[in-house]
Design a protein around this ligand. Structure first.
Ligand code: UD1
Ligand code: UDP
Length: 366
């Protein structure tokens, strides 16, 4: 009997973190019955945006690196579609798994759907209800193109219901695979990462910030407001700077002033273990990242979200996340005064989402 073949399609930083526990679970659950392969689109390509995660999380080397790189949305997604299709035609997998909401996600799900390959979307059903966000378009299209949808939260299941996606055997509430990754790696991070010491930081005496969303980076006013406020906060703010944001800060002529600031410490993007340690030790996190809002909640660090809306609404309802957009007054006031609620609920499952996903995949392909 020939082996079952599952292919993961990834390309951007958060997808490497999501694919790690799912690959492990697929290998455990399917064992010798299956081969688990990977297509890396090459959307992210710098060492600290890609390879570092493969090394730290011991993710098997991708079988395909399509080296698509950066470009406009149409250009990048179109090139991915062409190259993913070629790889899928050669591999002929029994199932393809896509993750999250990037251009790599939508290209992967569309390529699989057109070839009638059973496709699985991990982190399905998320909605910010802001169609100007490139990710929102990717989410909607991916959910509607994929065969099976794995939702991290109840709200995600309800979002799909509202769009008429209710078919039995299509939508599953599994919990969040990023929780699985965090549960597995936070102890390792404590042991292995020396970043707090290396940066000379003191526990709960600094803020951690990340900014990379198009709505913040692509408008000079928003990016300037955000970084000017960071410089005004009178507390150390550590910023692992996304290459997109660096590019825009340079282009707007803002980078030099920030680099000279004593209160804002710009560092290169860091690995996952370093990031978990920064998040756990920070007094507060300021971010426009999706994944970091969740990690902040899981690590019990209050979060200020530099966006007008979020798809991770549960963290806001739970009283641990506050939306402030790019408004300097709101950012300043929240950074000074925001106090999270004491009581906490399980929002993202119990750390077994990847195993649940692997079992469902097994049932569908074997
Ligand atoms: C992408 C995703 C976003 C996700 C983010 C995670 C889309 C539409 N956006 O945004 O949802 O939250 O990844 O980090 O898919 N660059 C480099 N080196 C790299 C990668 C990027 O220099 O390794 C620079 C390039 O100048 C590039 C820019 O960053 O043009 C943006 O990269 P891109 O992958 O298009 O989007 P992200 O902003 O990273
Ligand atoms: N992350 C990291 N190093 C960094 C910044 C982020 O390891 O310098 C991790 C972070 O811990 C989380 C994921 O990357 O697991 C989030 O990715 P990102 O913010 O790029 O994308 P988003 O989640 O917004 O799509």
């Amino acid at each position: 009997m020939s082996k079952i073949k599952i292919i993961n399609i990834v390309g951007a930083r958060p997808q490497f973190i999501k694919v790690a526990p799912v690959t492990e679970a697929l290998n455990e659950v399917l064992g010798r019955k299956a081969t688990v392969k990977m297509i890396h689109t090459g959307q992210h390509y710098n060492g600290n945006m890609s390879q570092i995660f493969f090394d730290e999380l011991k993710i098997p080397k991708p079988n395909w690196n399509l080296r698509i790189g950066s470009g406009t949305h149409g250009e990048q997604t179109g090139k991915m579609l062409i190259e993913i299709e070629k790889a899928l035609l050669e591999e002929k997998p029994d199932g393809a798994v896509v993750y999250g909401d990037t251009n790599s996600t939508v290209a992967g799900s569309l390529a699989a759907a057109k070839l009638h390959i059973l496709s699985f979307h991990v982190e399905a059903g998320l909605r910010s209800f802001n169609r100007e966000m490139p990710e929102e378009i990717n989410r909607i299209l991916t959910d509607h193109a994929s065969s099976v949808l794995f939702c991290p939260t109840k709200d995600a299941v309800n979002n799909l219901k509202r769009e008429g996606i209710t078919k039995r055997g299509k939508v599953y509430l599994t919990g969040d695979v990023m929780k699985d990754a965090l549960v597995k790696n936070s102890k390792i991070a404590r042991k292995k990462s020396a970043i707090i010491k290396d940066l000379n930081l003191k526990r709960k005496k600094f803020l951690l910030a990340t900014v990379h969303r198009a709505e913040n980076t692509d408008t000079k006013r928003n990016l300037e407001n955000i970084f000017n406020t960071f410089m005004d906060l009178k507390e150390k703010v550590v910023v692992p700077l996304h290459p997109r944001t660096r590019k825009y800060l340079e282009q707007y002529g803002l980078l030099k002033k920030i680099l000279e600031s004593l209160m804002v410490e710009i560092i290169k993007p860091v690995g996952y273990l370093e990031m978990l340690e920064l998040e756990r030790n920070a007094r507060l996190i300021l971010t426009d990242s999706g994944g970091i809002q969740k990690e902040a909640y899981l690590l019990k660090t209050p979060c200020i979200t530099l966006r007008e809306e979020t798809e991770w609404v549960e963290t806001v309802k739970a009283g641990w996340n506050k939306l402030v957009g790019a408004d300097p007054k709101k950012i300043y006031s929240a950074a000074r005064n925001f106090k999270p609620r004491k009581e906490r609920e399980y929002i993202f499952g119990r750390g077994s989402a990847s195993r649940k996903i692997a079992k469902i995949i097994e049932k569908m392909v074997c």
